[in-house]
Design a protein around this ligand. Structure first.
Ligand code: NAD
Ligand code: ZN
Length: 357
Protein backbone atom coordinates (compact mmCIF):
# COMPACT_ATOMS: atom_id res chain seq x y z
CA UNK A 1 0.00 0.00 0.00
CA UNK A 2 1.49 3.36 -0.99
CA UNK A 3 1.44 6.18 1.52
CA UNK A 4 -1.17 8.88 1.06
CA UNK A 5 0.41 11.68 3.02
CA UNK A 6 -1.14 14.94 4.13
CA UNK A 7 0.83 18.09 3.31
CA UNK A 8 0.49 21.56 4.88
CA UNK A 9 -2.61 23.34 3.45
CA UNK A 10 -0.91 26.72 2.95
CA UNK A 11 2.70 27.89 2.98
CA UNK A 12 3.96 31.49 3.03
CA UNK A 13 7.70 31.95 2.57
CA UNK A 14 9.87 35.05 2.51
CA UNK A 15 11.80 37.57 4.56
CA UNK A 16 9.35 39.67 6.56
CA UNK A 17 6.31 37.47 5.87
CA UNK A 18 5.71 37.22 9.63
CA UNK A 19 4.10 40.67 9.30
CA UNK A 20 1.27 38.93 7.44
CA UNK A 21 0.29 36.89 10.48
CA UNK A 22 -2.64 39.08 11.59
CA UNK A 23 -4.02 39.18 8.06
CA UNK A 24 -3.56 35.43 7.62
CA UNK A 25 -5.66 34.77 10.72
CA UNK A 26 -8.57 37.03 9.69
CA UNK A 27 -10.57 34.31 7.85
CA UNK A 28 -10.63 31.98 10.88
CA UNK A 29 -11.23 34.50 13.68
CA UNK A 30 -15.02 34.08 13.55
CA UNK A 31 -14.77 30.36 14.39
CA UNK A 32 -15.74 28.79 17.75
CA UNK A 33 -15.33 31.22 20.69
CA UNK A 34 -13.66 33.83 18.46
CA UNK A 35 -10.22 34.01 20.03
CA UNK A 36 -6.76 32.72 19.13
CA UNK A 37 -4.19 30.96 21.28
CA UNK A 38 -0.56 31.97 20.83
CA UNK A 39 2.04 29.52 22.13
CA UNK A 40 5.37 31.32 21.92
CA UNK A 41 8.95 30.40 22.84
CA UNK A 42 9.85 32.26 26.07
CA UNK A 43 12.92 33.69 24.30
CA UNK A 44 10.52 36.16 22.66
CA UNK A 45 9.26 37.50 25.98
CA UNK A 46 12.46 39.52 26.27
CA UNK A 47 12.90 39.89 22.51
CA UNK A 48 9.39 40.93 21.44
CA UNK A 49 8.06 39.95 18.06
CA UNK A 50 6.52 42.47 15.67
CA UNK A 51 3.00 41.29 16.39
CA UNK A 52 0.22 42.38 18.74
CA UNK A 53 -2.39 39.81 19.74
CA UNK A 54 -6.00 40.97 20.04
CA UNK A 55 -7.44 41.68 23.49
CA UNK A 56 -9.47 38.46 23.56
CA UNK A 57 -6.53 36.22 22.61
CA UNK A 58 -4.71 33.90 25.02
CA UNK A 59 -0.91 34.12 24.98
CA UNK A 60 1.45 31.61 26.61
CA UNK A 61 5.22 32.04 26.68
CA UNK A 62 6.80 28.64 27.25
CA UNK A 63 10.35 27.93 28.32
CA UNK A 64 11.46 24.92 26.29
CA UNK A 65 14.92 24.67 27.83
CA UNK A 66 14.04 22.64 30.92
CA UNK A 67 12.57 19.62 29.10
CA UNK A 68 11.09 18.50 25.79
CA UNK A 69 7.27 18.78 25.43
CA UNK A 70 5.26 16.43 27.64
CA UNK A 71 1.77 14.94 27.52
CA UNK A 72 1.06 16.52 30.91
CA UNK A 73 2.02 19.99 29.68
CA UNK A 74 -0.34 19.64 26.70
CA UNK A 75 -3.21 18.28 28.86
CA UNK A 76 -2.83 21.20 31.28
CA UNK A 77 -2.81 23.81 28.53
CA UNK A 78 -5.91 22.27 26.94
CA UNK A 79 -7.76 22.13 30.29
CA UNK A 80 -6.90 25.76 31.10
CA UNK A 81 -8.16 26.94 27.71
CA UNK A 82 -11.41 24.97 27.75
CA UNK A 83 -12.17 25.88 31.38
CA UNK A 84 -11.44 29.57 31.00
CA UNK A 85 -12.41 30.49 27.45
CA UNK A 86 -13.87 27.55 25.53
CA UNK A 87 -12.86 26.27 22.10
CA UNK A 88 -10.56 28.75 20.30
CA UNK A 89 -10.63 29.70 16.62
CA UNK A 90 -7.04 28.63 16.17
CA UNK A 91 -3.75 27.71 17.83
CA UNK A 92 -0.58 29.46 16.68
CA UNK A 93 2.86 28.09 17.59
CA UNK A 94 5.81 30.48 17.28
CA UNK A 95 9.14 28.82 18.07
CA UNK A 96 11.20 25.74 17.31
CA UNK A 97 10.30 22.06 17.12
CA UNK A 98 9.29 22.06 20.79
CA UNK A 99 6.79 24.91 20.50
CA UNK A 100 5.44 23.71 17.15
CA UNK A 101 4.85 20.24 18.60
CA UNK A 102 3.04 21.72 21.62
CA UNK A 103 0.84 23.83 19.32
CA UNK A 104 0.01 20.85 17.09
CA UNK A 105 -0.78 18.66 20.09
CA UNK A 106 -2.93 21.30 21.84
CA UNK A 107 -4.91 21.80 18.63
CA UNK A 108 -5.71 18.06 18.58
CA UNK A 109 -6.33 17.66 22.30
CA UNK A 110 -8.89 20.50 22.33
CA UNK A 111 -11.30 18.21 20.48
CA UNK A 112 -10.25 14.79 21.78
CA UNK A 113 -11.21 13.81 25.33
CA UNK A 114 -8.86 12.48 27.99
CA UNK A 115 -5.10 12.63 28.20
CA UNK A 116 -2.68 12.97 25.27
CA UNK A 117 -1.07 9.77 26.62
CA UNK A 118 -3.94 7.79 25.09
CA UNK A 119 -3.18 9.15 21.62
CA UNK A 120 0.59 8.59 21.41
CA UNK A 121 0.92 6.52 18.26
CA UNK A 122 -0.35 6.34 14.69
CA UNK A 123 -3.93 7.35 13.83
CA UNK A 124 -5.27 7.10 17.39
CA UNK A 125 -6.76 10.63 17.32
CA UNK A 126 -10.54 10.43 16.81
CA UNK A 127 -11.57 13.99 15.87
CA UNK A 128 -9.91 16.72 13.79
CA UNK A 129 -8.29 19.44 15.90
CA UNK A 130 -8.87 23.19 15.58
CA UNK A 131 -7.09 25.28 12.93
CA UNK A 132 -3.37 25.53 13.71
CA UNK A 133 -0.62 27.65 12.26
CA UNK A 134 3.15 27.24 12.73
CA UNK A 135 5.87 29.87 12.63
CA UNK A 136 9.33 28.29 12.97
CA UNK A 137 11.98 30.45 14.65
CA UNK A 138 14.77 27.85 14.45
CA UNK A 139 15.17 25.51 11.49
CA UNK A 140 16.05 21.87 11.12
CA UNK A 141 13.64 19.46 12.78
CA UNK A 142 11.07 19.59 9.98
CA UNK A 143 8.35 19.83 12.67
CA UNK A 144 6.77 22.57 10.55
CA UNK A 145 5.78 19.98 7.92
CA UNK A 146 5.63 16.65 9.70
CA UNK A 147 2.47 14.72 10.58
CA UNK A 148 3.61 14.15 14.16
CA UNK A 149 3.69 16.10 17.42
CA UNK A 150 6.38 14.41 19.51
CA UNK A 151 5.54 14.23 23.23
CA UNK A 152 7.22 12.58 26.18
CA UNK A 153 4.70 10.73 28.31
CA UNK A 154 5.03 8.61 31.45
CA UNK A 155 5.71 5.49 29.37
CA UNK A 156 7.07 6.57 26.03
CA UNK A 157 8.41 9.39 23.89
CA UNK A 158 6.13 9.13 20.88
CA UNK A 159 4.20 11.45 18.60
CA UNK A 160 0.50 12.08 18.13
CA UNK A 161 0.67 11.06 14.50
CA UNK A 162 -2.15 11.49 12.01
CA UNK A 163 -3.24 13.64 9.06
CA UNK A 164 -4.90 16.18 11.37
CA UNK A 165 -1.58 16.85 13.11
CA UNK A 166 -0.22 18.65 10.05
CA UNK A 167 -0.42 22.46 10.22
CA UNK A 168 -3.15 24.20 8.22
CA UNK A 169 -0.73 27.02 7.54
CA UNK A 170 2.95 27.81 8.06
CA UNK A 171 4.67 31.18 7.79
CA UNK A 172 8.34 30.69 6.94
CA UNK A 173 10.14 33.97 7.63
CA UNK A 174 13.94 33.49 7.61
CA UNK A 175 14.39 36.79 9.48
CA UNK A 176 13.08 35.03 12.59
CA UNK A 177 15.97 32.55 12.79
CA UNK A 178 18.74 35.17 12.70
CA UNK A 179 19.07 35.25 16.51
CA UNK A 180 19.44 31.50 17.09
CA UNK A 181 22.57 30.81 19.20
CA UNK A 182 25.35 29.18 17.19
CA UNK A 183 25.31 25.83 18.98
CA UNK A 184 21.56 25.39 18.45
CA UNK A 185 21.89 26.60 14.85
CA UNK A 186 24.37 23.79 14.33
CA UNK A 187 22.60 20.95 16.18
CA UNK A 188 19.13 21.71 14.81
CA UNK A 189 20.43 22.25 11.26
CA UNK A 190 22.25 18.93 11.52
CA UNK A 191 18.90 17.27 12.27
CA UNK A 192 17.94 18.12 8.68
CA UNK A 193 21.28 16.91 7.37
CA UNK A 194 20.91 13.60 9.23
CA UNK A 195 17.26 13.23 8.12
CA UNK A 196 18.38 13.47 4.50
CA UNK A 197 21.32 11.07 4.86
CA UNK A 198 19.16 8.51 6.66
CA UNK A 199 16.32 8.95 4.20
CA UNK A 200 18.75 8.45 1.28
CA UNK A 201 20.70 5.45 2.55
CA UNK A 202 17.87 3.06 3.26
CA UNK A 203 15.39 0.68 1.68
CA UNK A 204 12.53 3.11 1.37
CA UNK A 205 14.25 5.81 -0.63
CA UNK A 206 12.61 6.63 -3.94
CA UNK A 207 12.54 9.39 -6.56
CA UNK A 208 10.20 11.52 -4.43
CA UNK A 209 12.22 11.33 -1.20
CA UNK A 210 15.53 11.70 -3.07
CA UNK A 211 14.39 14.81 -4.94
CA UNK A 212 13.56 16.65 -1.71
CA UNK A 213 16.38 15.08 0.32
CA UNK A 214 19.17 15.72 -2.16
CA UNK A 215 18.08 19.33 -2.65
CA UNK A 216 18.01 19.79 1.14
CA UNK A 217 21.49 18.23 1.38
CA UNK A 218 22.93 20.66 -1.13
CA UNK A 219 21.35 23.57 0.78
CA UNK A 220 22.90 22.22 4.02
CA UNK A 221 26.29 21.97 2.30
CA UNK A 222 26.07 25.64 1.26
CA UNK A 223 25.04 26.67 4.79
CA UNK A 224 27.62 24.65 6.72
CA UNK A 225 30.53 24.15 4.28
CA UNK A 226 30.17 26.58 1.37
CA UNK A 227 32.39 29.64 0.81
CA UNK A 228 29.83 31.85 2.60
CA UNK A 229 29.01 29.27 5.27
CA UNK A 230 27.73 30.44 8.65
CA UNK A 231 24.78 32.42 9.96
CA UNK A 232 23.85 35.06 7.42
CA UNK A 233 20.70 36.14 5.60
CA UNK A 234 21.19 33.97 2.50
CA UNK A 235 21.96 30.91 4.55
CA UNK A 236 18.98 31.52 6.83
CA UNK A 237 16.78 31.44 3.71
CA UNK A 238 18.44 28.21 2.62
CA UNK A 239 18.25 26.49 5.99
CA UNK A 240 14.57 27.29 6.39
CA UNK A 241 13.80 25.69 3.02
CA UNK A 242 16.15 22.75 3.70
CA UNK A 243 14.31 21.97 6.94
CA UNK A 244 10.98 21.81 5.11
CA UNK A 245 12.39 19.72 2.26
CA UNK A 246 14.17 17.34 4.64
CA UNK A 247 10.83 16.81 6.36
CA UNK A 248 9.14 16.15 3.01
CA UNK A 249 11.87 13.68 2.09
CA UNK A 250 11.07 11.74 5.27
CA UNK A 251 7.33 11.65 4.61
CA UNK A 252 8.07 9.28 1.74
CA UNK A 253 11.03 7.51 3.29
CA UNK A 254 12.20 6.94 6.87
CA UNK A 255 14.93 7.84 9.35
CA UNK A 256 17.53 5.23 10.28
CA UNK A 257 20.13 4.07 12.78
CA UNK A 258 20.96 7.50 14.26
CA UNK A 259 17.34 8.36 15.03
CA UNK A 260 16.60 4.88 16.39
CA UNK A 261 19.46 5.31 18.88
CA UNK A 262 18.60 8.95 19.52
CA UNK A 263 15.13 8.07 20.79
CA UNK A 264 16.75 5.72 23.33
CA UNK A 265 19.25 8.34 24.49
CA UNK A 266 16.58 11.06 24.81
CA UNK A 267 14.10 8.86 26.64
CA UNK A 268 16.55 7.47 29.21
CA UNK A 269 18.97 10.38 29.64
CA UNK A 270 16.77 13.33 28.64
CA UNK A 271 19.27 14.43 25.98
CA UNK A 272 17.53 16.76 23.55
CA UNK A 273 16.74 15.45 20.08
CA UNK A 274 19.13 17.43 17.88
CA UNK A 275 22.23 17.26 20.07
CA UNK A 276 21.50 13.58 20.76
CA UNK A 277 21.59 12.97 17.01
CA UNK A 278 24.94 14.78 16.69
CA UNK A 279 26.45 12.86 19.63
CA UNK A 280 25.44 9.58 17.98
CA UNK A 281 25.99 10.34 14.30
CA UNK A 282 29.74 10.97 14.74
CA UNK A 283 30.12 7.27 15.65
CA UNK A 284 28.19 5.76 12.72
CA UNK A 285 30.89 5.71 10.01
CA UNK A 286 30.22 2.05 9.28
CA UNK A 287 26.56 2.80 8.46
CA UNK A 288 26.84 6.20 6.78
CA UNK A 289 30.52 6.65 5.74
CA UNK A 290 30.09 9.66 3.44
CA UNK A 291 27.58 11.41 5.69
CA UNK A 292 29.64 11.00 8.86
CA UNK A 293 32.83 12.18 7.16
CA UNK A 294 31.06 15.30 5.84
CA UNK A 295 29.39 15.85 9.22
CA UNK A 296 32.80 15.82 10.92
CA UNK A 297 34.08 18.42 8.41
CA UNK A 298 31.11 20.61 9.32
CA UNK A 299 31.83 20.25 13.06
CA UNK A 300 35.46 21.19 12.43
CA UNK A 301 34.55 24.12 10.20
CA UNK A 302 32.35 25.61 12.93
CA UNK A 303 34.48 24.63 15.95
CA UNK A 304 31.76 22.41 17.36
CA UNK A 305 33.08 20.14 20.12
CA UNK A 306 30.65 17.31 20.75
CA UNK A 307 30.53 15.44 24.08
CA UNK A 308 32.72 12.31 24.12
CA UNK A 309 32.99 9.17 26.31
CA UNK A 310 29.52 9.55 27.76
CA UNK A 311 29.00 5.81 28.07
CA UNK A 312 31.90 5.56 30.52
CA UNK A 313 29.58 6.85 33.25
CA UNK A 314 26.51 4.81 32.24
CA UNK A 315 25.45 1.65 34.05
CA UNK A 316 24.57 -1.60 32.27
CA UNK A 317 20.94 -0.88 33.21
CA UNK A 318 21.10 2.52 31.48
CA UNK A 319 22.48 0.90 28.34
CA UNK A 320 19.92 -1.92 28.39
CA UNK A 321 17.05 0.55 28.79
CA UNK A 322 18.30 2.72 25.93
CA UNK A 323 18.71 -0.35 23.72
CA UNK A 324 15.15 -1.50 24.55
CA UNK A 325 13.73 1.85 23.42
CA UNK A 326 15.72 1.71 20.16
CA UNK A 327 14.83 -1.92 19.53
CA UNK A 328 11.15 -0.96 19.63
CA UNK A 329 11.56 1.11 16.45
CA UNK A 330 11.69 -1.71 13.87
CA UNK A 331 10.61 0.45 10.92
CA UNK A 332 13.77 2.58 11.33
CA UNK A 333 16.05 -0.47 11.56
CA UNK A 334 14.36 -2.18 8.65
CA UNK A 335 14.72 0.92 6.49
CA UNK A 336 18.42 1.21 7.38
CA UNK A 337 19.41 -2.47 7.29
CA UNK A 338 16.85 -4.29 5.19
CA UNK A 339 14.46 -7.12 6.03
CA UNK A 340 17.20 -9.06 7.77
CA UNK A 341 17.48 -6.24 10.32
CA UNK A 342 16.73 -8.34 13.40
CA UNK A 343 19.83 -10.48 12.90
CA UNK A 344 21.94 -7.42 12.10
CA UNK A 345 20.69 -5.30 14.99
CA UNK A 346 19.64 -7.46 17.90
CA UNK A 347 19.59 -6.06 21.42
CA UNK A 348 23.24 -6.95 22.11
CA UNK A 349 24.39 -5.17 18.97
CA UNK A 350 22.33 -2.09 19.80
CA UNK A 351 23.91 -2.03 23.26
CA UNK A 352 27.35 -2.12 21.64
CA UNK A 353 26.37 0.93 19.57
CA UNK A 354 25.46 2.82 22.76
CA UNK A 355 28.84 1.88 24.24
CA UNK A 356 30.50 3.75 21.36
CA UNK A 357 29.15 7.06 22.67
P1 NAD B 1 13.67 23.97 20.43
O1 NAD B 1 12.30 24.38 20.04
O2 NAD B 1 13.79 22.95 21.50
O3 NAD B 1 14.52 25.28 20.82
C1 NAD B 1 15.92 25.18 21.02
C2 NAD B 1 16.46 26.45 21.65
O4 NAD B 1 16.46 27.52 20.71
C3 NAD B 1 15.64 26.95 22.84
O5 NAD B 1 16.54 27.41 23.81
C4 NAD B 1 14.83 28.09 22.26
O6 NAD B 1 14.46 29.03 23.24
C5 NAD B 1 15.83 28.67 21.29
N1 NAD B 1 15.29 29.47 20.19
C6 NAD B 1 14.31 29.13 19.31
N2 NAD B 1 14.16 30.10 18.37
C7 NAD B 1 15.06 31.07 18.67
C8 NAD B 1 15.41 32.32 18.08
N3 NAD B 1 14.84 32.75 16.95
N4 NAD B 1 16.36 33.05 18.67
C9 NAD B 1 17.01 32.63 19.79
N5 NAD B 1 16.74 31.46 20.39
C10 NAD B 1 15.78 30.68 19.83
O7 NAD B 1 14.50 23.49 19.15
P2 NAD B 1 14.34 22.44 18.03
O8 NAD B 1 15.64 21.78 17.89
O9 NAD B 1 13.74 23.10 16.82
O10 NAD B 1 13.23 21.41 18.54
C11 NAD B 1 13.53 20.24 19.28
C12 NAD B 1 12.22 19.52 19.54
O11 NAD B 1 11.62 19.16 18.31
C13 NAD B 1 12.36 18.25 20.36
O12 NAD B 1 11.38 18.26 21.38
C14 NAD B 1 12.06 17.14 19.37
O13 NAD B 1 11.43 16.02 19.97
C15 NAD B 1 11.13 17.83 18.41
N6 NAD B 1 11.12 17.26 17.06
C16 NAD B 1 9.93 17.16 16.43
C17 NAD B 1 9.85 16.66 15.15
C18 NAD B 1 8.53 16.56 14.48
O14 NAD B 1 8.47 16.09 13.35
N7 NAD B 1 7.45 16.96 15.08
C19 NAD B 1 11.01 16.25 14.49
C20 NAD B 1 12.22 16.37 15.15
C21 NAD B 1 12.27 16.89 16.44
ZN1 ZN C 1 15.26 14.36 13.72
Amino acid sequence: MHKNFKNIDHVTFGRGCFHQLAQTLLPIRHLNKKYCVFIIDAYFKNHPLAFTPQAEDAVFYIDVNTHEPTTQQVDELRDTLLNQKGLPSGVIGIGGGSIMDIAKAVSLMLTNPGSAVAYQGLNLIKNPGVYHLGVPTISGTGAEVSMTAVLTGPEKKLGLKCDWTVFNQVLLDPELIATVPKDWWFYTGMDTYIHCIESRFGQKNNAFSLAYGDQALSLCRAVYLGPQSGQNAENDDRLMVASLMGGLSLTYSEVGVCHALSYGLSKIKGTRHCIANCIIFQHLEDYYPLGVSEFKSMCKHHNIELPQHLSASWTETDISQMAEVSYQLPFMWEHALGENYRTLAGLEHIKSLFRRL
